[in-house]
Write a protein that binds this ligand. Structure first.
Ligand SMILES: [Zn+2]
Length: 141
């Protein structure tokens, strides 16, 4: 998961805190950053969810801390694979476990006829499968 910076050097992937309006701290946002020129950018794959999250805060948000990994499955998976007690577990296994967990949730949501919950779980499953081919082990510290 590497990307070329406009300065010509390669950018690496990290989980970083994004601060919005000087008030809202959004933790664990996957960001490409360049060590040579210190430019950085949110990875395109999570931009729709991050934009949606920020859009939902309104124009005058209160001081708060959010965890992007609770809203976005790619960020969730990156957190999972970068956790020290999980580094020995293959990424494929972490992905499969998450998919099984989400399928269980989907069954539960279906049995409760909770439309909003069903839609949320389906969206998460889509995010996981969309990113299932990523080499998450390239995540930097
Ligand atoms: Zn650069």
């Amino acid at each position: 998961m590497q990307k070329q910076c406009k300065c010509g050097d390669s950018m690496s992937l990290h989980l970083r805190t994004v601060i919005f309006s000087n008030k809202v701290e959004i933790e664990n946002v996957p960001i490409y950053s360049c060590d040579s020129c210190s430019s950085s950018e949110v990875i395109p794959e999570v931009k729709p969810e991050l934009t949606g999250l920020i859009g939902g805060l309104g124009t005058n948000p209160s001081k708060q801390q959010l965890y992007f990994n609770e809203y976005n499955e790619l960020a969730h998976l990156m957190c999972a694979v970068s956790q020290k007690d999980q580094v020995h577990i293959p990424v494929q296994k972490i992905l499969e476990d998450r998919i099984n967990q989400l399928l269980d949730l989907l069954l539960l949501a279906n049995s409760l006829n909770d439309e909003a919950w069903i839609a949320d779980v389906q969206n998460r499953l889509k995010q996981v499968t969309r990113h299932a081919t990523y080499d998450l082990k390239t995540l930097g510290p």
